[in-house]
Design a protein around this ligand. Sequence first.
Ligand SMILES: C[S@@+](CC[C@H](N)C(=O)[O-])C[C@H]1O[C@@H](n2cnc3c(N)ncnc32)[C@H](O)[C@@H]1O
Length: 282
Amino acid sequence: MEEPQEMYPLGRDEVESRRLNEQHKFLLDVVDGAIDRDVPLDNISAVADVATGTGIWLWDAKQMFDQRFGKSPLRSYHGFDISAAQFPSTPQGIELSVQDVFQPFPAEFLNRFDLVHVRLMVTAFPESKLQEAVENVLTIVKPGGYLQWVEIDFSSVEAQTNRDARVAPGSRYWMRFVDMNRMSRCAPDALFNAFKNTGLMDITKKPFHIRGRDELRERAQAWQMQFFAGIMPLVLVRLGVAGDMEEAARMAEPIRRDLERYFEDGEVVDTRFGTVVGQKPI
Ligand SMILES: C[S@@+](CC[C@H](N)C(=O)[O-])C[C@H]1O[C@@H](n2cnc3c(N)ncnc32)[C@H](O)[C@@H]1O
């Protein structure tokens, strides 16, 4: 019997791993670093990253703690992902395991981590399942520990469709794809509510824009080109607009060229990010 198609639209090959690693460096500058300033860094000894992908965030978090507090064998780092395909071959002080965010975590991880980080799962499941994901991730946060979740906010992309003809087709197809899969249009807002519903304390939500930030412009354009142009053929196939990937690649080409022209004028598509942080009650 054929496996049901995964909703997650991104690949897990080397090209996508490189893209995730570059995206990570870009995102650190977009959102003010790996760990939000609302998370106190003292007394953190166990750190986890759920949907870790290549483990790049976890690796950087480890460098940061090592530099700041000195290396310590007592500090541990654990990454979880539904697939091991992008795990690094030499994890260097990081442990990794396969774990679906909707399945119970093994008992050894329950109430164990002082800080659990999650980033960019918005394309992996519908908004209606966000609450369940938050509840399950919370089971591995230590009482008094922190959950930090960074997501994309697509709600501003829609406005682009009316703003400029060069981004209209790509933005429209993307938003149709978001709606077809019932993804969250504004995941940071949905997360904020899910955090509240699970009883997390001192919840904060910080928005981060990239449009209008001159220092980020070129990297933002490169990121958007890789993301929107890269994903467009698959989006066109899944929407039923193109019959197969070959036809989709042909159809995606003018969309890519229009985006390139838009960028030549110094523009950036208005995609936003949001960091939501909360503390698990003791
Ligand atoms: C866009 S990538 C982000 C990776 C990483 N968090 C980062 O920011 O670099 C999304 C990740 O979510 C993982 N993922 C998708 N569905 C998942 C699930 N149900 N449980 C755990 N991980 C999942 C994918 O395998 C992929 O590695």
